[in-house]
Ligand binder design. Structure first.
Ligand SMILES: [Zn+2]
Length: 548
């Protein structure tokens, strides 16, 4: 690259980095920057390739409504920056995504990839057992997908059937069939000849999937380190391809380790942590990108090279604001067809929200506090314990439809009551702090545990075992040896997010009622619902200040 070119890149990059210093990044317009990438072997061709990427649809194929102060869910790693939309509006949806893909396609050869957590966490997604999103991705012409932890939500057999329906490979080098030792669903690599280039793609899944899903669903599979799994494949791809792209569902923190430890990767297109990485993060010769979640944002890298010159890459981000981009009529029709049969069931109004009820991931979540309150009311338990989860769409003021509620409670977990002693409750809270700030990024799993009927402080910067303080159950301090009645659900009982102490409780009673049905019935009885008063969980972390 010429000296002038390099300076130009630096100037733009610094400007973009300055923007990153603010605590909250508005997801507004389109970020453009130019970067240099020593992508491929010395031969430089005259070519242009557009790479579009998405991740973590979580079943979101229709637009969602967002507002300032709330992302699709609170995202990013603890200590990382909060991501917030800078305006209220409808965003996302496959009809709008399709228009964007076509528009970008008009500029030349295009590669379209997805970073996993694809088809579940949605009511129509569940009714079609994932098929609706796969068919819509076929319609858009996706080329490649990494398997996320939620891509086994209907069991391995269903994932295999969905792969048969998909026109693109759904793969992961680090998810192995125990019986054969081979990657699930086939070779985790694809080499495409596109725009006169050989593009090598490698898919990586989430090593901690067993901690985020029911064992039943992933029976016969083993989940290993994506970093170790990537090494041999990257070496081979490096020899066979001009450009090596890893599509990874490991989360930003682990992708950074991957970039440091496995040389030879040009770009890591991430997922799982729902980060919006703009401008691309650079580690050595590797660029890391990710495009938030729920199909709200599309990331783009445009690689251009001219004979005799070093290749240049431009990075763009396109938020799919519905008032800024037209819907593709063909996709509108296709979506209508899929919804037709189930429309009355999906659109049934459960209750009215008189204010926003947010789902948060790594701080106290008003929606989950409400669910905890409801479960306590149903059982008379002193406290409720629920996992911190990053999917779902916050409820906006107005009618709450069944499918809106369902995005927040999509998994078939049932209510459970148990007795735990104070010590065990403390262990569970401590485990949540470890999940958020572990010794190694590979141990990161889940969000902040959500509670009801109690207040507590978590200081992520203190040593293990001393991170939880001021625990009060109701009005009284927690007594380590006293027995408390607890309500939770079957996922937590199975040890989700390493909350093993729940399974060690006594007088465990499993109800035959799904948590989502209990919440739907309760909301129906209320007619009007609002966010419960917050402030019971105080989170301290030096990187993010103190947040309630
Ligand atoms: Zn995930």
């Amino acid at each position: 690259m010429s000296k002038k070119g390099k300076m130009f890149w630096n100037v733009i990059c610094i400007k973009a980095l300055e923007k990153l210093k603010v605590a909250s990044i508005p997801i507004g317009g389109c970020v453009v920057l130019v970067m240099s990438l020593v992508l491929f072997s010395p031969k430089t061709l005259s070519t242009r390739l557009t790479i579009l990427y998405t991740n973590d649809f979580h079943g979101r194929y229709i637009p969602i409504e967002v507002a300032p102060g709330s992302a699709t869910s609170q995202t990013g790693d603890p200590g990382g920056r909060a991501i917030s939309f800078d305006r209220t509006g409808k965003i996302g949806g496959f009809a709008y995504l399709s228009t964007l893909v076509q528009e970008r396609q008009a500029h030349g050869p295009l590669l379209l990839v997805h970073g996993g957590d694809t088809f579940s966490d949605d009511l129509l997604g569940n009714l079609t057992r994932g098929e609706v999103v796969i068919q819509l991705m076929n319609a858009l012409g996706y080329d490649f997908m990494a398997l996320g932890n939620h891509d086994f939500d209907y069991g391995l057999e269903r994932t295999q059937q969905l792969q048969a329906l998909a026109d693109f490979p759904m793969r992961a080098a680090n998810i192995l069939v125990e019986a054969t030792g081979q990657p699930v669903l086939g070779a985790p690599v694809k080499v495409m000849e596109i725009a006169d280039l050989k593009v090598g793609l490698l898919a990586l899944g989430y090593h901690n999937t067993p901690l985020t899903t029911s064992r039943e669903l992933i029976r016969g599979l083993s989940f290993t380190s994506g970093i170790e799994a990537a090494r041999p494949y990257v070496q081979v791809l490096r020899q066979r391809a001009d450009l090596v792209i890893v599509v990874s569902h490991q989360g930003m923190a682990v992708d950074q380790v991957l970039a440091r430890q496995v040389p030879g990767i040009d770009v890591i297109i991430g997922g799982h942590s729902h980060d919006w990485i703009a401008p691309p993060h650079q580690i050595g010769g590797t660029y890391l990108v990710q495009a938030l979640s729920d199909g709200t944002l599309v990331g783009e890298l445009v690689l251009e090279s001219e004979e005799g010159h070093e290749p240049q890459v431009e990075a763009h981000n396109y938020p799919l604001w519905n008032d800024k981009i037209a819907a593709d009529p063909a996709l509108v029709d296709l979506i209508k067809k899929w919804r037709q049969l189930h429309r009355p069931y999906l659109e049934a109004v459960i209750a009215t929200a008189i204010e926003r009820i947010d789902r948060q991931y790594k701080s106290q979540s008003p929606f989950d506090t409400l669910v905890g309150d409801i479960l306590r009311e149903e059982t008379g338990a002193e406290i409720a314990l629920l996992p911190g989860v990053g999917y779902g769409v916050s409820l906006t003021p107005g009618p709450i439809t069944r499918e809106q509620l369902y995005t927040l409670l999509p998994h078939p977990v049932r209510m459970v009551r148990a007795k735990l002693i104070g010590r065990q409750i403390l262990d569970i809270l401590e485990q949540s702090a470890i999940n958020l700030n572990p010794r190694h990024p590979l141990e990161l799993v889940g969000g902040l545990i959500q509670t009801s009927g109690m207040s507590w402080t978590v200081d992520l910067d203190r040593p293990r075992g001393q991170r939880i303080q001021n625990v009060r159950i109701g009005e009284a301090s927690l007594e380590p040896m006293r027995s408390y009645s607890v309500v939770t659900h079957t996922g937590m009982l199975e040890g989700l997010h390493r909350y093993e102490a729940i399974g060690q409780g006594t007088e465990i009673h499993r109800y035959d009622r799904l948590v989502v049905d209990i919440v739907e019935a309760w909301m129906g009885r209320q007619g009007q619902v609002k966010a419960p008063p917050g402030g019971q969980i105080r989170l301290i972390s030096k990187d993010r200040g103190s947040a309630k």
